[in-house]
Design a protein around this ligand. Structure first.
Ligand SMILES: [Zn+2]
Length: 427
């Protein structure tokens, strides 16, 4: 593995900040150690909290909030930062080679906890348990770190339990929260105000294209196409470039636009969309599971080539079981996210048509569909009709969000699109 920050694509400015923060944190941890050993009295009576506690004054903070659109790599960024905080290399920050780096990246470091909501929200009980563990002193690491992957899925009480500990954090504890945005819908205003905010940006098409070629060995033409249609989502770009199921799934989502205009094809298309989303979600889960299990096994010393590979340490069966549990709960969310992504794609197609019909100079979200779908649609339908289609798609997303069965939600959407497109009035 190379430096852990290399995993963050197109986030140069953020990486520089995180690296500085991790370096500062290292200095602080050393001072805390010396202080604890009685060698230096840095902080008078207190245990050093004030140096960490004030986000505005200090370069190191107890609570961090990583935000960014889906695919920008929020949880990857949080994990890389956790590795950098624990990294044992004396020179490099987040070397990617040491035991601390490799175990954090494999999610097996004893002092780094990855919290992924079990179902669709994080309960207060599990949050209390987390808070309790987080308050312990770190074992081998510098910090006791808790990564909350979907902080927007915290229940209100869970968020309050978290807020309490973030307001008066133990001196060695760091919370890394991930959420789509700082919108109060995603994260409470008080919790947000206690966190140092790291805003990840959508990587550029050029950045994505480069990483597909350099890192994944994808040929230039496929990489360019995938980067141009992925909506800034690197993982998705890679899948589109390499996985025929992912491409078929995108086609079936975008195919709704044409199919929905006729009753004879509309419901079949809806059915295809739901089914292809299921297939694609399964493939994604399987791939994620395999890579993680492999990393975990390497970290546990089974089959790896690094130091400590001779024997598997105690507790490895438990760690594998825990990983399986996490993977199962993730699979549910992946299924939902894939269908949502398909709907975002479809909405973007109508948006492209709308942009064309208004003559605006904006880069298309689906440049490969301009000639055969978007332009004909823009000349056939009025802006009002296209807007109504966008609304139909957004309503479907909302319905899925409140657990309406995918089949019903997509059927209803297709019906509304059909109505909108068949409306005869033209402005
Ligand atoms: Zn390291």
């Amino acid at each position: 593995m190379t430096n852990v920050f290399d995993r963050m694509i197109g986030q140069t400015a953020v990486i520089a900040d995180l690296r500085d923060a991790a370096r500062a944190a290292r200095g602080l941890a050393n001072r805390l150690d010396e202080h604890a050993a009685g060698a230096v009295s840095m902080f008078g009576e207190a245990d050093g909290n004030e140096d960490l506690g004030d986000p505005a004054r200090s370069s190191m903070t107890h609570a961090w909030l990583f935000t960014g659109p889906p695919g920008s790599g929020r949880s990857v960024a949080a994990t890389c930062f956790a590795a950098a905080l624990q990294c044992q290399d004396p020179e490099v920050i987040g070397c990617g080679e040491c035991r601390a780096c490799s175990t954090v990246m494999a999610q097996t470091h004893a002092d780094v906890r990855n919290i992924v909501p079990q179902g669709l929200s994080l309960s207060v009980d599990s949050m209390r348990e987390i808070v309790q563990v987080a308050s312990r002193r770190p074992g081998t690491g510098r910090w006791q770190i808790v990564i909350v992957e979907d902080a927007d899925r915290l229940t209100e009480q869970a968020a309050n339990a978290l807020l309490k500990v973030v307001e008066e954090p133990p001196s060695r504890t760091v919370f890394l929260l991930c959420a789509p945005s700082v919108d109060p819908e995603d994260i409470s205003v008080t919790l947000r105000s206690r966190c140092r905010h790291v805003a990840l940006t959508t990587p550029s098409t050029a950045d994505i294209e480069r990483v597909l070629v350099d890192r994944d060995g994808i040929d230039a033409e496929a990489a360019r196409w995938a980067a141009s249609v992925c909506g800034g989502h690197i993982g998705r770009a890679k899948r589109l470039a390499t996985d025929p199921d992912a491409r078929a799934q995108r086609e079936s989502a975008l195919g709704i636009a044409r199919a929905a205009t006729r009753d004879s094809t509309a419901y079949k298309a809806a059915e295809d969309l739901v089914r292809s989303a299921e297939t694609a979600a399964k493939a994604i889960s399987a791939e994620l599971d395999e890579a993680e299990t492999e990393e975990l096994k390497t970290a546990l010393g089974a089959g790896g080539t690094g130091k400590g590979t001779a024997r598997a340490p105690r507790g490895s069966a438990g760690a594998l079981k825990e990983l399986e549990r996490r993977q199962k709960s993730r699979a549910t969310r992946v299924g939902r996210d894939v269908l949502d992504r398909a709907l975002v794609d479809l909405a973007a197609l109508y948006r492209d048509a709308l942009v064309l019909s208004m003559g605006a100079q904006v880069t298309a979200m689906h440049p490969d569909k301009t000639d055969d779908t978007t332009r004909p649609m823009a000349s056939y339908a009025s802006p009002e009709q296209l807007l109504r289609c966008v609304e139909a798609v957004l309503e479907c997303r909302e319905a899925l969000d409140v657990n309406v069965k995918p089949k019903f939600a997509v059927d209803a959407m297709v019906a509304r699109i059909g109505l909108a497109m068949r409306a005869t009035e033209r402005v």
